[in-house]
Design a protein around this ligand. Sequence first.
Ligand SMILES: C[S@@+](CC[C@H](N)C(=O)[O-])C[C@H]1O[C@@H](n2cnc3c(N)ncnc32)[C@H](O)[C@@H]1O
Length: 253
Amino acid sequence: MPAMDYALVADLYDLYASATIDVPFFTHVCQGHQRILELTSGTGRLSIPLIEAGIKLTCLDSSAEMLAVLKKKLLTRQLSAVAVYEMDLCQLELPLLYDLIFIPFNSFAEITASQQQQQALNRIYAHLASSGSFICTLHNPTIRRQSIDGLRHPRGKFDIPGADQTLVLSSQESYDESSGLVNGTQFYEIYDSSDHLVTQREVDIHFSLMERSCFESLAVRAGFQINALYGDYAQSPFNPTSSPFMIWELTKA
Ligand SMILES: C[S@@+](CC[C@H](N)C(=O)[O-])C[C@H]1O[C@@H](n2cnc3c(N)ncnc32)[C@H](O)[C@@H]1O
């Protein structure tokens, strides 16, 4: 089950996904590494500031539409020499090994089947140099579940540059305890300057809320050793009852 059809939202994604919370963390962890692979780069929310900071990044994503936005940004900034791969990370097959591989923005959760999650970790392990690190960011399921109540909630209003239109985003999420999956819908409504609805889209979403023990056992089975588990981007130690994230730093065992 794909997490979401990004082809339906690639043109709007940058309007509402503009977080910078993880940029200083990834800028810091990339220091000193020569070969760096960002998996699930999307439109480059994180990739662009890293590349502009002089970090040698290779970008990979499975969505042609999200990558088209990234490539346009790279072109505009005269950065089109950056390597960009369109590939499902569960089938990762690249000619190089990397010193650092990372998955930002909790996107590993978009792989919802445990067999696929295991395959993804196995493929990442196979692409890591012997002294390399893999950083995987996930939500802390205990905290993330608290914001899921089955109801539709507003997520924000965003001006669409150059169009005199506004995107109104809302979403509904439900948690299925038996599968550990969150299922829901994102509602995209575009209004003109007179507040008339111009167009709307409804996009199904599915993602997993992986428990700490579950991710750890998959990672160890892939051959990884747990080097650190942070609870936020300030690298505070993970606290199961209060940390917003699980930020895993894995190395080859
Ligand atoms: C929430 S977006 C995050 C994009 C970007 N990293 C950011 O921080 O804005 C998730 C991205 O993961 C990509 N993705 C999901 N599953 C994937 C997979 N199995 N292989 C490669 N990319 C995947 C999607 O295409 C999408 O671009």
